[in-house]
Design a protein around this ligand. Structure first.
Ligand code: HEC
Length: 153
């Protein structure tokens, strides 16, 4: 009965196939290990390059915000003027009294600061309330009026 040897040779075959497979895997591993590319630069430089462009900042993390300018303090009168009042007072738009124009400002200055500030807060004629700066505090608007008055010769 020759057939009885068959299972043994099949086993032997599969064992050698397994060995060949193992050899290939080993060879592949060795190959891929030696083919590993070492990128140039220090670990920090590499990390920097891998960093996604415009990385997300998750809530609760610092993300370098401490370095960003925080405009929490009050704006100066000059800042407010340059952002909001300038539009009319530097150009005379809506017939606004021109910046640093003595003739235009003297009669207004004569009314007193309080009146001028309240005109600014509430609006006057063609000047909209708060001189269009809705985010400005009363103090910031007062400082802007003071800045404008200070520039009148
Ligand atoms: C849209 C145009 C416009 C903007 C913006 C504007 N003004 Fe005026 N402003 C005027 C006009 C016009 C007058 C004159 C109003 C009148 O007498 O009828 C005036 C008048 C004033 C006066 C004189 C008020 C008075 O009682 O006589 C002050 C002070 C003043 N503006 C401050 C400011 C400040 C401060 C800002 C910015 C925060 C500002 N204005 C922004 C148009 C503007």
């Amino acid at each position: 009965m020759k057939n009885t040897t068959r299972p043994i040779s099949a086993l032997a075959f599969s064992a050698s196939a397994l060995r060949a497979f193992a050899l290939c895997t080993l060879l592949g591993l060795t190959l891929s290990a030696s083919a590993e590319v070492v990128p140039p630069g220090s670990a920090d430089e590499i990390r920097g390059r891998l960093e996604p462009f415009g990385a997300l900042c998750r809530a609760g993390s610092d993300c370098g915000q401490a370095a960003a300018p925080v405009s929490s303090g009050p704006q100066s009168g000059e800042d407010v003027y340059n952002q909001f009042c300038f539009a009319c007072h530097a150009t005379g738009a809506s017939n606004a009294p021109l910046f640093a124009d003595s003739e235009a400002w003297q009669p207004r200055i004569a009314k007193g600061m309080e009146v001028m500030v309240s005109s600014t807060l509430n609006g006057l004629g063609l000047m909209p309330p708060r001189g269009t700066c809705m985010s400005c505090s009363d103090d910031e608007l007062g400082a802007a009026v003071q800045f404008m008055v200070d520039q009148v010769p």
